[in-house]
Design a protein around this ligand. Structure first.
Ligand code: ZN
Length: 488
């Protein structure tokens, strides 16, 4: 099993640390390419996971998501600090039965941010836009945790401005409708939600099929797939279904798409269209200031995909199939993207890429920047898109050497390009996963799922992660830490 998890920015592999070192060339554990040399099946699955990594980091999505993640981290850290000072460091701080007004208000605020994230980056939400983005819910929680300057914290300001932007750029006519922000496929009886997650999955599946059937990736031992590629479940393949419905003069069943029988031009077109939908107009500069443009129509990958489809149907945008013969011509690909973005009211995304490239060229992005912020990686990934759109669209830029920040091995070792010192790598990893660490220690309801997201196991590893995270994010002195009964 190989999986990329953007929540902890790691690629998880089925090899132990020793196996990884042994298998990779010249002892470079990051040469996963070589490490998977034995099995073609592993190589192909790695391409799928790598595509998830790239579609998140080379599009603006990582920077957009950070607005919500950084705010949620701040809220969780402030709530943790507040509760430790009142009740002592006994984790989790809120037990399942906690029903007091304070617990309810904090939980409600956190769950609202989680719904926003699901709506914009995951499987969607059936709440109305007004409920999803109501600021008052956050305001109540911040008042409970109040120190006078809390509302002026940069993460709070940035987040507040973005949720207000989304609310006030949504038509008042639909803002109170339950499910008003969702897009559905099919008739009233078989309604299937087209979510942002489905667009990401559509891209990753296409990259995987291309590497198997078009690029014919093989390894020395050439151990093939044991069974044919299984189609993802209905929710995950909604974007592929949506794309296939749009093909002129060709009937291609989803199974046949997954089995490599759709034709190279169709895969190119699918990949290009999904990627265009993922390129949200968001840019974080090198000091952490974020610019977010547009409304849901430009900011949600699901909405973008639906608008692009409408433009193609109306003949306002060429079908992406038309770019196939020019696919290796960067200018032609960027021209199509520009047309497409402009049609959906986004004249910004491509400019943001150009500025990202300039940042990379002017400032260079070295190890220091990568250690300081995970978005430095996103700058490199975005610059590489502008250099080589063909490679990013058709094979997720596999040759660009941009890889996730961490590798987690089967025996739970942490390997990072950021530092060869395992302790330092661990500290950086804790910073990167702090939102899940706080989520776990704050609330019994999310204890096990959040430790799972952070991929930190065992009481000693957890205690050490808690101390590092509390020191950095909430300035909380913990002289004695305990886990409540039944939690460890
Ligand atoms: Zn996937």
């Amino acid at each position: 099993m190989i999986t990329y998890d953007h929540r902890n920015q790691s690629i998880h592999i089925a090899y132990t640390f020793d196996e990884l070192l042994h298998a990779s060339q010249a002892g470079d554990p990051f040469n996963l390419w070589a490490a998977f040399g034995a099995s073609t099946e592993d190589q192909i699955k790695y391409r799928h996971e790598h595509a998830h990594f790239v579609s998140y980091n080379a599009t603006g999505l990582a920077e957009f998501h950070a607005v919500f993640l950084d705010y949620r981290l701040f809220l969780l850290a402030m709530a943790t600090k507040h509760l430790i000072s009142k009740r002592g460091a006994v984790f989790p701080l809120l037990l399942e039965e906690a029903q007091d007004i304070e617990a309810k208000t904090i939980r409600r605020a956190i769950s609202q941010v989680l719904s926003q994230e699901a709506f914009l980056f995951g499987y969607g939400s059936s709440k109305s836009i007004a409920d999803l983005f109501a600021w008052e819910i956050q305001q109540e929680a911040l008042e409970i945790l109040s120190t006078p300057l809390l509302n002026l914290n940069p993460n709070v300001l940035r987040y507040r401005s973005v949720v207000r932007q989304i609310l006030f750029t949504t038509s008042p006519a639909i803002v109170h409708l339950a499910d008003g922000g969702s897009i559905y496929l099919g008739d009233a009886n078989s309604r299937l939600r087209l979510s942002s997650r489905a667009v990401m999955e559509g891209y990753a599946v296409t990259i995987e099929v291309v590497s198997e059937h078009i690029k014919h990736v093989r390894t020395s031992l050439d151990v093939q797939r044991a069974q044919p590629k299984r189609l993802p479940g209905a929710l995950d393949r909604a974007a592929i279904d949506f794309f296939l419905d749009l093909l002129p003069d060709r009937e291609i069943a989803p199974e046949s798409f997954a089995n490599g029988n759709a034709g190279a031009d169709v895969y190119w077109a699918a990949s290009l269209m999904m990627f265009a939908a993922l390129q949200v107009p968001v840019l974080e500069d090198l000091s952490g200031l974020t610019i977010v443009m547009g409304s849901l129509k430009q900011l949600s990958p699901a909405h973008r995909l639906a608008s692009i489809a409408r433009g193609i149907e109306k003949g306002q945008i060429d079908h992406p199939l038309a770019t196939y013969n020019q696919r290796e011509n960067a200018e032609a690909v960027l021209d199509w993207l520009n047309r497409c973005h402009e049609y959906i009211g986004d004249p910004w995304s491509i400019k943001f890429y150009q500025y990202t490239q300039e940042m990379v060229v002017t400032h260079g992005i070295g190890m220091d920047a990568l250690k300081r912020s995970s978005h430095a990686l996103s700058k490199l990934a975005r610059a590489s898109f502008l250099d080589q759109p063909y490679h990013v669209v058709s094979e997720a830029g596999i040759l660009t050497q941009i890889s996730p920040r961490y590798i987690r091995t089967a025996d739970n070792r942490l390997v990072s390009r950021l530092s060869s010192d395992e302790r330092e790598a661990f500290v950086l990893y804790v910073f990167d996963t702090a939102v899940h660490i706080f989520e776990a220690i704050l609330d019994a309801e999310s204890w096990s799922t959040s430790w799972e997201k952070a991929a930190l196991y065992g009481p000693e590893e957890r205690k050490s992660a808690i101390l590092i995270a509390c020191k950095r994010y909430c300035d909380a002195e913990i002289s004695e830490m305990r886990f409540a009964n039944g939690f460890s």
